[in-house]
Design a protein around this ligand. Structure first.
Ligand code: NAP
Length: 285
């Protein structure tokens, strides 16, 4: 099965590399063409100058772009050229509604769709150890499972189309809470003038240890906020969670605070930094 990859950002580039290493990748596309040209040369695959040109040539189209409208734009572009019986796997973090819309548009062309958002950060994308939550038909998932195994060590079928993105929204709420807790706690440690590397080491081995503390704890205390996961993207995800909560009656006070904090950081020019830049608001200046 030959695949093409659309969206060679922080996550997509590593995913494309892992698919290529396993012999599944034959084509790439990126909105900024230089990235696609350079990677295609290195991986010895073809770089296409449009999503529709790529989709006409492969059996599986992977997408990993920023936001809802970006996914819709890609689907609208590929829907007229993609071959019947192909599969589109969208690993972007978007709303369940976007996943359902994409699936409907593609079904009209006899093309199957999976919403397959991931968690595990750039590190997980690089190592191929992501956790993947999948919505869509079981038979579609079975067909692409060998390809997904090059990207993720945990691949869980959540249910019909949209349930992958619904689960990812749950993940993003937890990630926001963890960010709030870790940044606030480490700023508190800094205010006590505790030795921060030791604080991170000892707490990381106990009940409060977590991925974010392990991978971003030290860097944030050194004022290094290289993404990682861009704060503006998490802000976009939390707005999706707020919209979903409005529909299903859930209450998300932690998310309301985090959206407010992120909005301030974006206004101050930190939207392209890692989400750990929340630490900026917590430390005494
Ligand atoms: P990123 O580094 O900002 O990359 C975004 C990619 O999408 C770039 O290749 C960009 O092209 C492309 N793109 C954006 N809008 C487009 C459009 N309208 N048409 C075509 N291409 C478009 O973002 P990322 O961190 O890789 O994240 C990608 C997705 O994965 C997001 O939905 C994010 O929420 C999700 N995610 C991220 C992480 C993480 O830790 N970073 C973890 C899990 C999930 P250009 O190169 O031209 O800008």
């Amino acid at each position: 099965m030959q695949a093409g990859f659309i969206g060679l950002g922080s996550m997509g580039e590593w995913m494309a590399r892992n698919l290529a290493q396993a012999g599944f990748l034959s084509a790439v596309y990126n909105r900024t063409p230089a990235k696609a040209t350079a990677l295609a040369k290195e991986l010895q695959v073809l770089a296409y100058d449009s999503p529709e040109a790529l989709a006409a040539k492969v059996e599986v189209v992977f997408i990993c772009v920023s936001a809802d409208q970006d996914v819709i734009d890609i689907i609208n572009a590929i829907v007229n050229t993609i071959k019947p019986d192909s599969i589109v796997v969208d690993m972007s973090t978007v709303s369940s509604a976007t996943a359902i819309l994409a699936a409907i548009k593609l079904a009209e062309k006899q093309v199957a769709f999976l919403d397959a958002p991931v968690s595990g950060g750039v590190e997980g994308a690089q190592k191929g150890t992501l956790s993947m939550m999948v919505g869509g038909e079981t038979k579609t998932l079975c067909r692409v499972h060998p390809l997904l195994e090059t990207l993720a060590t945990r691949i869980i079928h959540m249910g019909p189309t949209g349930t992958g993105q619904g689960t990812k929204a749950v993940n993003q709420i937890m990630a926001a809470g963890i960010n709030q807790a870790v940044t606030e706690a480490l700023a508190f440690a800094a205010a006590q003038q505790l030795p921060l590397p030791k604080v991170i080491e000892v707490i990381g081995g106990g009940a409060a240890g977590n991925w974010f503390l392990e991978h971003r704890g030290l860097s944030m205390t050194q004022s290094v906020f290289k993404p990682g996961f861009k704060l503006a993207l998490h802000h976009k995800d939390l707005k999706i969670c707020q919209a979903m909560a409005k529909q299903n009656g859930a209450s998300l006070p932690l998310i309301d605070v985090t959206v407010k904090d992120y909005t301030q950081l974006i206004t101050d020019g930190y939207g392209d930094e890692d989400i750990s830049a929340l630490y900026r608001l917590k430390v005494k200046t």
